[in-house]
Design a binder for this molecule. Structure first.
Ligand code: N01
Length: 542
């Protein structure tokens, strides 16, 4: 059993930021990472075309002005390899690697009430003991796969996009490739794979909204401009609802004259990516407002589809714009003009079975050499509940969250003292530029741990009253929006049997930050702060 003050689980963007900040505050922190490389989802999602749909300058750490000035992003939207290079640069630049244990898959964490410490069990038998456990497991990092009858009969190459085999070439020359799933991952990889593959079949269950990325190389002049005003840019991001730096317009959609609205939409569509959803403040709040934005986007999507018979099939019809996560794509709809790209509409013509050489639907048999699952994730709770986490009296977190996640401020849950979650359920997480959310929360945790250290407290634990109220508040805020009108990974709708509750906090990063800061200022209401007796202290140090 090795003793460490703070154990951080996961060496992705959140884990590295946590390690850096805890270390700077004088805590002895150690990161345990299951993989043989750092980077989290950016290490695993090596699929062709993988890139972030948040702009490079904003999808980066703000804690070091020197780092901001030194690093030179090359494109407006960064590719997966570039983000992974950035993450590795940060690890080297701030000498983080000596405090990261790779190939250390945490299987379980058990709270010991007598000593107020966590025992952390790593695959292979190693054990650690820590006072504080920080989960940086990623919000979209537990891949989910479908289970069609006979699926394992397929004898070709099978690839999971979220776990792209390291070193697997992106060249599919001569191959017939099937892509199952049309979320951001499927939409990003389709045009790229189509460039080399002999044939691509895209299996679509639900057509998805997308705004074109308007990606481009970043010029030296742009770089100088951003770096000259980086501080202001960060301030704008932190004070915008989503952390993307876009402020919603003040005029309501229906109050704007139709011509003006069209011009505003047109401009946003060609430049803002996700910002399109914020052109008017009520697009996600009011059905009539949403109808107008949705109609505009449907029209735009149809214009991008050259094959008339495909327009209806590829244009979303089952949900409103932005009630599920839209994509920001580079040439997805245009790819269907290529003679080697085919759409299999598996809602209209469902899959009937898998064979050694492909997938059959009610319409035809699709012969495939390679099948790529781009079928998404068990979002927000999947990565946490994969671990066997046991709190007071041995209560499994899986039992406690059976009806959905319960947290106070998204940072912790009652019965699991000294355990904190970064970018998890109950926080803005997937509804925000997650870099802003990560940094906000990590800084707050550091402040809390310093308070704990200075006051000689052994336990910090969310109270049941606070988590009941916060969880109700998260639902209440979601009910003010249109988010619950569709099944999505925001509300458990992505997985059969998952509790259908809204998981992220939709109140925006700015409001969320005020709540966190208010909590610290007021002495952490909603948290029980305890000193245990000398016996517990002795046990912790035994
Ligand atoms: O996953 P998704 P994703 N049979 O859940 C389909 C982030 N991300 O990996 O809609 C057939 O969006 C499913 O169909 P349906 C980003 O937040 C970011 O694409 O459920 N199909 C859907 O089409 C993104 O939103 C970047 O009917 C099945 C697809 O698989 C999130 O990750 C890049 C199926 C899953 O779409 C997830 O994106 C990539 C089944 N049984 C991803 N089950 C960035 O740019 C599921 N599907 C940062």
């Amino acid at each position: 059993m090795r003793d460490v003050e703070v154990i951080v689980v996961g060496a992705g963007l959140a884990g590295l930021r946590a390690l850096y900040s805890f270390r700077e505050a004088g805590f002895e922190a150690l990161v345990l990472e299951a993989s043989d490389e750092i980077g989290g989802v950016w290490n695993h999602n090596r699929y062709p075309g993988a890139r972030c749909d948040v702009e490079s300058y904003d999808y980066s750490y703000s804690f070091s002005p020197e780092l901001e000035q030194e690093w030179r992003w090359t494109e407006r939207y960064p590719t997966q390899p570039e983000i992974l290079r950035y993450i590795n640069h940060v690890a080297d630049r701030f000498e983080l690697r000596s405090r990261i244990e790779l190939r250390a898959r945490v299987e379980a964490a058990v709270y010991d009430e007598a000593s107020a410490t966590w025992a952390v069990h790593v695959q292979g038998g190693r054990r650690f003991r820590c006072r504080t456990l920080v989960l940086c497991l990623g919000q979209l990092s537990a891949p989910k796969l479908p289970s069609y009858p006979g699926q394992s009969d397929f004898a070709g190459e099978t690839i999971v996009s979220a776990n792209w085999p390291k070193g697997r070439s992106h060249d599919f020359t001569g191959k017939r490739v099937g892509i199952l799933g049309t979320g951001s991952s499927g939409m990003q990889m389709t045009p790229v794979i189509a460039q080399t593959a002999a044939h691509v079949t895209v299996f679509q269950r639900t057509a998805n909204y997308s705004v074109p990325a308007a990606n481009a190389p970043l010029t030296d002049e742009e770089d100088r401009q951003v770096k000259a005003h980086y501080g202001e840019r960060r301030q704008l991001m932190r004070n915008s609802p989503t952390g993307l730096g876009f402020l919603p317009g003040k005029t309501k959609t229906l109050d704007a004259p139709a011509e003006e609205r069209e011009a505003v939409f047109e401009k946003a569509y060609h430049r803002l990516g996700f910002g399109f959803a914020l052109t008017y403040p009520d697009i996600l709040l009011d059905e009539k407002a949403n109808d107008i934005a949705t109609a505009f986007l449907k029209r735009k999507i149809a214009e991008r589809i050259a094959v008339p018979e495909l327009r209806d099939k590829l244009t979303p019809s089952t949900h409103r714009f932005a009630t599920r996560r839209p994509s920001v794509d580079s040439g997805y709809f245009e790819a269907f003009s290529r003679p080697n790209v085919e759409l299999a509409d598996i809602k209209a013509e469902p899959i009937t079975g898998f064979t050694a050489d492909g997938i059959s639907t009610t319409a035809k048999h699709h012969r495939l050499d390679v099948l790529i699952y781009a079928t998404g994730f068990d979002a927000l709770t999947g990565s946490i509940l994969k671990l066997d986490i046991r709190g007071r009296k041995g209560q499994p977190l899986r039992d406690k969250w059976r009806e959905g996640p319960l947290t106070h401020l998204g940072v912790g849950t009652a019965g699991f003292p000294n355990m904190f979650i970064v970018a998890g359920p109950g926080s803005p997480s997937v509804l925000s530029n997650v870099m802003v959310s990560i940094e906000e929360q990590v800084d707050w945790f550091v402040q809390l741990l310093k308070h704990q250290r200075d006051a000689g407290l052994d336990e910090v634990e969310v109270t049941e009253d606070a988590e009941r109220d916060w969880t109700a508040h998260v639902q209440e805020r979601a009910r003010e929006t249109l988010y619950m009108t569709a099944d999505s990974f925001y509300n458990g709708g992505e997985l059969p049997g998952k509790p259908r509750v809204f998981m992220p906090y939709s109140g925006g990063v700015r409001h969320y930050r005020r709540l966190l800061q208010g909590s610290a200022k007021d002495g952490y209401p909603g948290f029980a702060l305890r000193k245990l007796g000398p016996a517990a202290k002795a046990r912790a140090h035994a």
